[in-house]
Design a protein around this ligand. Structure first.
Ligand SMILES: Cc1cc2nc3c(=O)[nH]c(=O)nc-3n(C[C@H](O)[C@H](O)[C@H](O)COP(=O)(O)O)c2cc1C
Length: 272
């Protein structure tokens, strides 16, 4: 399946970060595809869908997955399945990188594939199972994302670029590469991989996507705030993003302290 997209650099799925307001700014700034936070099909949270959005699912509840896809399939650009989350909760509940039963993985990927004709991806880490899972993914998916760090590494340490490039020779699917991608290394990485994902580099700075597109945006926290109010995002999320958006600002110590102290939206608005 050919992906009809303008930029080969995407916003990586990030729990707690990729709310609707932040995703919208990243898309406007030039992200080719915007991924949701990892989402459980039985979530009670409101699902906002816009732009070229891929919803990332995590769950072993096949019925839940099927019903969720049926409900939102028309509106999304595509679907992703999380097989990489290294968090303690993932260990406790057996999802992400801790979902290791190959038969169950195949059943889930099969369920997703039979529920949608939209692009379908799977996101993995480096593990002894990566290659076996990719062989299954080849039967059902349109592309795979590799973040070549192990579960033990979490988000630190070097991503294993050699491991990721070796997959390119072993599988036919397009590969989306994730791991420390930024404006300095993306040209070289695009020689090795089909697409790239930006995670932490984009936190608080959606304009980073200008580097990978022909867009020129200058979004700041006020642009985020406008959207966050439009979508009625909770105050704690807005305050969290205010801290993110001011992180890279020089001399922002005093401003960030005021933001930190704000107890409600009015106080936060006065601070910025
Ligand atoms: C705060 C945070 C939340 C994340 N949440 C998810 C998630 O929900 N699903 C997922 O597949 N990966 C998640 N990741 C991993 C990123 O998508 C990405 O693969 C990883 O951060 C490496 O890319 P980077 O070096 O560009 O940040 C998360 C990473 C961070 C920092």
């Amino acid at each position: 399946m050919k992906l009809n997209i303008k930029s080969k650099v995407f916003l990586a799925p990030m729990e707690g970060i990729n709310d609707i307001a932040f995703r919208t700014l990243c898309k406007k700034a030039g992200a080719g595809i915007i991924f949701s936070e990892m989402t459980h099909p039985l979530t009670q949270q409101k699902i906002f869908i816009e732009g070229k959005m891929v919803i990332q699912l995590f769950s072993t509840n096949e019925k839940g997955i099927k019903e969720f896809i049926k409900k939102y399939d028309k509106k999304v650009f595509g679907w992703d399945f999380n097989l990489g989350c290294p968090a303690k909760t993932a260990k406790k509940h057996g999802f992400g990188i801790f979902l290791q039963d190959l038969n169950l993985i195949e059943k889930i990927l099969q369920t997703i594939r039979s529920s949608t004709k939209k692009p379908f991806f799977v996101k993995l880490r480096k593990s002894p199972q990566t290659f076996e899972i990719l062989k299954i993914a080849e039967k059902y998916c349109d592309a795979i994302t590799i973040h070549p760090r192990t579960q033990e590494q979490g988000y630190s340490g070097k991503p294993d670029l050699k491991f990721a490039t070796s997959l390119k020779k072993k599988i036919k699917l397009p590969i989306i590469y994730s791991g420390n991608v930024d404006e300095k290394n993306y040209k070289n990485l695009l020689k090795k991989f089909d697409y790239l994902m930006i995670g932490r580099r984009a936190i608080g700075d959606p304009n980073v996507f200008n580097f990978f597109s022909n867009k020129k945006t200058n979004f700041d926290f006020k642009d985020y705030l406008k959207l966050a109010e439009k979508y009625k995002l909770p105050f704690r999320q807005i305050k969290f993003q205010a801290m993110n958006f001011t992180k890279r600002k020089p001399d922002a110590k005093k401003l960030r302290l005021e933001i930190f102290k704000a107890k409600n939206l009015e106080e936060l608005k006065r601070a910025i």
